[in-house]
Design a protein around this ligand. Structure first.
Ligand code: NAD
Length: 336
């Protein structure tokens, strides 16, 4: 098994494993999860030197935080633990300072700790940028001064609001998802230069494009248009013919990014941790990679609308499914 590699997260000084544990699947966001298997998955990740854990109250509507808190009991000191505020359900957002303060107390209880290492605004595109700049970020900075959070960051899907905030606020990290992987590389056009220039830690989430880049394929709620799934299936077949998997190739592609400190992949199964850690320090077969990128070209860099219309990226398309359908689906799965 490959040795874990660590990088420094921007100016925070935190040494983070290049693979970060995305805990959204612990909240059954991708389907039912066996809690004992989930616990073993977290343990296995720790064994392999994964020290970065990403969670949020939104994942499984607090279920992921509660599970992670339970699984990390007695092991908190070994990890860089990050959570988020402001998003609580598909359409439940609150960017007010009061809610941020209360939200942290609730998260700390569920996570069974007295501080988080990084506290992030969850999906800034659902807020008004002026409120985020004048109210939400200052609230987070107050929590930093109180020692309840060590660093402050922003997360989201459209790149334009992330860039605008990064340009005018003093933040430690930016997390974006589905914007740097085999399907979409536009993070580099819009966000990476600002992060590099300001020394902001860059966190890349969803290297598998939220399961599009796996043999299993996308979950029913995935917002991308159908042709994206069809091309990914073709690419997965080609990878199998080359004795590898599309997930391996996607992880190799994402991990090769120089400016990204940590790549967050969602995991709730031991064999996924093993497969992903095995990729660390390996390189993609250049011929296969070139073929897959060529296949993907017609559907590459398609981005969908997420958040307030004023925060849309240029050229974003309407979502394939409605958020409310997803909410019903999750309620059924989790019984919450
Ligand atoms: P992802 O691209 O990491 O895909 C996760 C899915 O792929 C899960 O169903 C998982 O079981 C499966 N998987 C993982 N490894 C695999 C492997 N080797 N082979 C086959 N399947 C595999 O998408 P994600 O989970 O949405 O993103 C990663 C993490 O990033 C999340 O869990 C979350 O912590 C974070 N994230 C944050 C934001 C935000 O803050 N706005 C948004 C998206 C994701």
């Amino acid at each position: 098994m490959a040795e874990m590699i660590y990088k420094t997260l921007g100016k925070t000084g935190l040494k983070v494993s290049v693979i970060g544990f995305g805990a959204s699947p612990l909240g059954a966001e991708f389907g039912r999860v066996d809690p004992e298997e989930a616990r073993r998955t977290v343990d296995r990740a720790l064994d392999f030197g994964i020290n970065y854990f990403d969670v949020a109250p939104y994942y499984g509507r607090t279920l992921a935080e509660s599970r992670l808190g339970e699984f990390l009991e007695g092991k908190r000191h070994r990890v860089i633990l990050t959570s988020k505020a402001c998003r609580y359900d598909v359409a439940d957002f609150d960017f007010s300072a009061r809610r941020v303060m209360r939200s942290l107390e609730e998260s700390l209880k569920r996570l069974r700790t007295d501080h988080v290492d990084l506290y992030q605004i969850h999906d800034v595109e659902y807020g008004r940028i002026d409120q985020v700049l004048t109210e939400t970020i200052p609230a987070m900075v107050r929590l930093k001064e109180q020692g309840k959070v060590r660093f402050v960051g922003i997360t989201g899907y459209p790149l334009t609001p992330l860039r605008k905030i990064a340009e005018s606020a003093d933040i430690d990290t930016i997390l974006t998802y589905c914007r740097y992987n085999l399907m979409d590389t536009t993070m580099d056009d819009i966000l990476t230069p600002v992060a590099r220039q300001k020394g902001i830690g860059l966190i890349n989430a969803s290297p598998l494009h939220m399961r599009v880049l796996t043999d299993k394929g996308a979950p029913a709620w995935h917002p991308a248009p159908k042709p994206v799934f069809e091309v990914a299936r073709e690419a997965a077949r080609l990878c199998r013919e080359h004795d590898t998997t599309i997930s391996n190739l996607a992880m190799q592609f994402a991990l090769a990014h120089k400016d990204v400190a940590v790549t967050l992949v969602g995991m709730s199964k031991v064999h996924h941790v093993e497969a992903n850690v095995r990729i660390v320090g390996t390189k993609a077969d250049p011929e296969l990679l070139a073929k897959v990128l060529e296949m993907i070209k017609p559907v590459a860099n398609i981005c969908w609308k997420e958040g307030l219309a004023e925060n849309d990226d240029p050229g974003a398309v309407d979502k394939r499914t409605l958020g409310m359908e997803r909410s019903e689906e999750i309620k059924k799965k989790t019984g919450k």
